[in-house]
Design a protein around this ligand. Structure first.
Ligand code: DGP
Length: 218
């Protein structure tokens, strides 16, 4: 009987990394691969530029002039952009759909802390967000990322700044056992093979576990 079947949830899989580390390519491939394994999934990215906060963020990122928003204010907007999506993501997970997310609160902290703000302060607004079951960190030297198409088009895409972001990601990774570091300076299919293997294991491991709502709050 359906009512007696154990309730299975999807996994929350987050991708992080500096700009042009290959997250978009790998997240898109992962949804295709999960679908070929008959595993339902959705792909979301932050910032989500389609919402009201997302439109403000998008204009901030594309402008090269002195920003009107302070570093603190834009930090809070990025965080609000994630909080707006919590219900949709949680409903999907409860329905058994795996949620793949291209950037999350770790980018929030890394990009603002790279400007010189206190790392712990940066964590504050995202405390209590849904807890990822797996964070895939796409590790790549900045010099390699900078040669990829499109680098330099937006506010943060400068080599020196990206090096600082990378240093902040490193600090976050050391504090978090859910991170897996993937060498992203390899052929696309090779990287994807590693990712699919890890993700399938995690989906299986967490399917009967409760969803966490306590990012950085323990
Ligand atoms: P993307 O659409 O993934 O290329 O992200 C746009 C840019 O915004 C990229 O340089 C990374 C940066 N970013 C993403 N999330 C956050 C965040 O929460 N806070 C800040 N300050 N920057 C972020």
């Amino acid at each position: 009987m359906l009512a007696n079947m154990p309730r299975r949830r999807g996994a929350l899989i987050v991708f992080e990394g500096v700009d042009r580390s290959g997250k978009s390519t790998q997240t898109a491939l992962l949804t295709q691969n999960l679908s070929s394994h008959q595993i339902p999934s959705i792909l979301r990215r932050f910032p989500d530029r389609t919402s009201t906060t997302g439109a403000l963020i998008s204009s901030y990122l594309s402008s090269t002039s002195e920003p009107e928003l302070s570093d603190e204010a834009i930090h809070l907007l990025f965080s609000a952009n994630r909080w707006e999506a919590v219900k949709e993501l949680e409903d999907a997970l409860l329905n058994g759909t795996t949620v793949i997310v291209d950037r999350y609160a770790y980018s929030g902290v890394a990009y603002t802390a790279a400007k010189g703000l206190d790392l712990n302060w940066c964590k504050g607004p995202d405390k209590g967000l849904l807890t990822p079951d797996l964070v895939i960190y796409m590790e790549i030297p900045i010099e390699v990322a900078a040669t990829r198409g499109g680098f330099g088009g937006e506010r943060y895409e400068k080599i020196e700044f990206q090096e600082k972001v990378r240093g902040c990601f490193k600090q976050l990774k050391e504090q978090d056992p859910t991170w897996r570091v993937i060498d992203a300076d390899r052929p696309v299919e090779e990287i994807q093979k590693d990712i699919v293997g890890t993700v399938l294991e995690v989906i299986e491991r967490v399917k009967e576990m409760p969803i966490g709502h306590d990012l950085w709050s323990k």
